[in-house]
Design a protein around this ligand. Structure first.
Ligand code: PLP
Length: 406
């Protein structure tokens, strides 16, 4: 009998369906010659977006300098630029020493939870969430406790409900703002309430702000760190979305809060950073250019811009559908519609996503993949051309009409 290699048991609890079974089936269909519309990954480069030229040049001009490892927290000039950016934003005590550059926000999410958690510690995570937050909590021996963000509340959480979930084991609150998958942009008053919870219960705030400049129709982004003051806070950002350079694998995390409170955590992050040596060096050369004040994303998110018009296509398609409802996304790169009415009876988002793939050639992500308990949502990215999205929603309606018996 062959030896079966056992894997880590807690992997059984972990899911990342954005690249999971449905995506595998999509590759199979493509290998058979099917032409698909794939809306599963927020991957700008796959939809014809390019990183701004001044960022590309910043790397090309200095590629000959990128051979050595850098400091584990990142290149000094890049960290200086990030500290400066955060100081202007109002992050208290922002300094290069408090900046960690990583191989994408993904790596830093994992490092920060590894630095923080002991077995059985709890982390408050939004539901729905970007599922790496739940997965990384579990794989670092923690327990993700989900706080609900409901469509009828514009996907904003109720701080009283959040606080009711705090136990003596709670260590941190994850905030994703602007939110993936819902597109919610959190108002200042809500963020102040969340800071107050963290202060009362001595929790670390983990603020995933990777979509900080992806905003529509005058939505304003309020960073969390300036409100947090002395409360420990780690604010995440990166090149992947705002700067459309996700393949460069560059993200950052900026630590703020009372130096006495965050000293041990700071050292833990530094040690874990040192164990993985450093972040991708060529990509680090683009950070200064990215923060130089020339954020080209705004041309895409303003009326007439590609992302704005894609979002309009989704909003209008949903409004015209008898089977769908959606809170209009204020930010980020996704639509997250809810199936309603007759089509919602006995609706199963996973079965629906499979049917969309097999019969309509469209790859979407079921809402439960984002740790949403209800089975009535799905996510599409706003990255395709608007006409492609209109066609997608025509196909969604066709499948839902069949299900509703229309
Ligand atoms: N956080 C959120 C909310 C995301 O949507 C993503 C990617 O989609 C990430 C983090 C990871 O980004 P990165 O490419 O920087 O690893």
């Amino acid at each position: 009998m062959s030896h079966v290699l056992k894997t880590r048991e807690r992997l059984a609890e972990v899911r990342y369906e954005i690249r999971g079974e449905l995506a595998r089936r999509a590759r199979e269909l493509e290998a058979q010659g099917r032409k698909l519309i794939k809306l599963n990954i927020g991957n700008p480069g796959a939809f014809g977006f390019r990183a701004p030229e001044h960022l590309q040049r910043a790397i090309a001009d200095r590629i000959h300098e990128t051979d050595p490892y850098t400091h584990q927290q990142g290149l000094p000039a890049a960290r200086e630029a990030l500290a400066d950016f955060h100081r202007r934003r109002g992050t208290p005590n922002a300094s290069p020493e408090r900046v960690f550059v990583g191989n994408g926000v993904s790596e830093l999410i994992d490092l920060s939870l590894r630095a923080l958690l002991n077995p059985g510690d709890e982390v408050l995570v939004p539901s729905p969430d970007y599922p790496l937050w739940t997965a990384a909590t579990i794989l670092n021996d923690g327990c993700a406790v989900h706080y609900p963000c409901r469509p009828e509340d514009g996907f904003l959480p109720d701080p009283d409900v959040m606080e009711s979930l705090v136990t003596p084991r709670t260590r941190a609150i994850v905030v994703i703002n602007p939110n993936n998958p819902t597109g919610a942009v959190y108002p200042r008053a809500l963020l102040e309430r969340i800071v107050a919870i963290a202060a009362r219960h001595r929790l670390l705030l983990l603020s995933d702000e990777i979509y900080d400049e992806v905003l529509y129709d005058g939505a304003t982004f309020q960073p969390l760190a300036p409100l947090a003051g002395d409360v420990p806070c780690l604010s995440f950002g990166g090149l992947s979305k705002v700067h459309r350079a996700c393949g460069w694998r560059i993200g950052w995390a900026v630590l703020s809060g009372d130096p006495l409170a965050v000293g041990d955590f700071h050292h833990a992050m530094d040690l874990l950073g040192a164990l993985r040596l450093c972040a991708n060096v060529p990509g680090q050369f683009a950070i200064e250019a990215a923060l130089s004040g020339n954020a080209t994303i705004h041309a895409l998110t303003a009326p007439g811009g590609r992302l704005y018009e894609a979002r309009r296509a989704v909003v209008e398609s949903v409004a015209a559908s008898p089977y769908l409802r959606m809170a209009t996304p204020g930010g980020a790169l996704y639509g997250f519609p809810q199936v309603v009415g007759d089509a919602a009876i006995a609706f199963d988002d996973q079965a629906f996503a499979l049917e969309m793939l097999e019969s309509e050639g469209v790859l979407i992500v079921p809402g439960t993949s984002f740790n949403l308990r209800e089975r009535d949502h799905f996510r599409v990215t706003l990255l395709p051309e608007p006409d492609v999205l209109r066609e997608v929603f025509a196909r969604v309606d066709r499948v839902l009409a069949r299900r509703a018996g229309a």
